[in-house]
Design a protein around this ligand. Structure first.
Ligand code: HEC
Length: 252
């Protein structure tokens, strides 16, 4: 019995290691919802318009995304494919990796599995974590990914925060003065964006939700199947139990 307990404990160790690996920078929590189709559709549109110039999703096909998100194929092809690719093709882009390396210091990585690599909360915080920093080549830095090579491509929407945004420190009330601390993510703006901070947070939720779906497109299906499997096991258990009783009833 003791061996069993030790064994079970050791089985949990890798999970503990993973949890510890994510520590470091404080993050704002983000809970993805793959059943929210409207959110995923908005995220897909945003990703295509603002991110696919630099980032590919080359382990996925347009067609699969169109099917999963219930976007008619013609509509998808007309509005969400800019490379002239066919709907059945992989979501590749034309950017040359060597040139990109020279422009940004690092080439923009493929983002199909980004949510699996970094986690949704990391992406959600990263996208909202840009701020003004004149010492950097592009004039911006990021609280989650320091000295990042990516430009702040959504500056027109979000605006530019003049100081480090308060990511991962929720609002609280100072017990001495009674003032609200960290009431807003960015206390001082260098330039205003077209969206309010709340609207921008929602937009980044949708974008992160889409990246999360891309990293695990069968999640919903898997969970749905899982329920049937559990029901099957429960029913099977009754018969297994009855059979077991039948076999052993004459053994004394
Ligand atoms: C102008 C090109 C460009 C655009 C447009 C762009 N990115 Fe990036 N992105 C980069 C570069 C370059 C890096 C690598 C930065 C580094 O490693 O220093 C990067 C890195 C990232 C990372 C971190 C990757 C890692 O290391 O784990 C994420 C996440 C990301 N981008 C998401 C986005 C999203 C979402 C959009 C759309 C809103 C977007 N990017 C638009 C150039 C771009």
């Amino acid at each position: 019995m003791r061996k069993l307990i030790v064994g079970l404990f050791m089985l949990c160790l890798p999970a503990l290691g993973l949890a510890a690996g994510g520590a470091g920078v404080p993050l704002d929590h983000m809970e993805p919802d793959h059943s929210n189709e409207a959110s995923l559709q908005r995220g897909a549109a945003m990703f295509t318009n603002y991110c696919m110039g630099c980032h590919s999703m080359e382990y996925a096909r347009y067609k699969r995304v169109a099917e999963d998100l219930d976007i008619p194929e013609e509509l998808y092809e007309e509005n969400l494919i800019f490379t002239g690719a066919k709907i059945g093709e992989l979501m590749k882009i034309g950017m040359n990796k060597e040139e990109a390396q020279a422009w940004f210091g690092n080439p923009p990585p493929d983002l199909t599995l980004e949510a699996r690599l970094r986690g949704e909360s990391w992406i959600y915080s990263y996208l909202r974590g840009f701020y003004k920093d004149e010492s950097r080549p592009l004039g911006v830095n990021n609280v989650v990914f320091s000295n990042v090579g990516m430009p702040h491509v959504l500056v027109g929407m979000q605006g530019l925060c003049a100081v480090e945004p308060h990511i991962g420190h929720g609002a609280s009330v100072d017990p001495l003065s009674g003032n609200v601390v960290n009431g807003s993510v960015c206390p001082e703006w260098a330039s205003e964006g077209s969206m309010t901070p709340a609207e921008f947070d929602t937009a980044m939720y949708d974008l992160t939700n889409f990246l999360s779906y891309m990293g695990d497109p069968v999640k919903l299906e898997r969970e749905r199947l899982g329920i049937f499997v559990l029901i099957f096991i429960a029913i099977f258990f009754v018969f297994a139990y009855l059979l077991n009783r039948e076999y052993w009833k004459d053994v004394h």
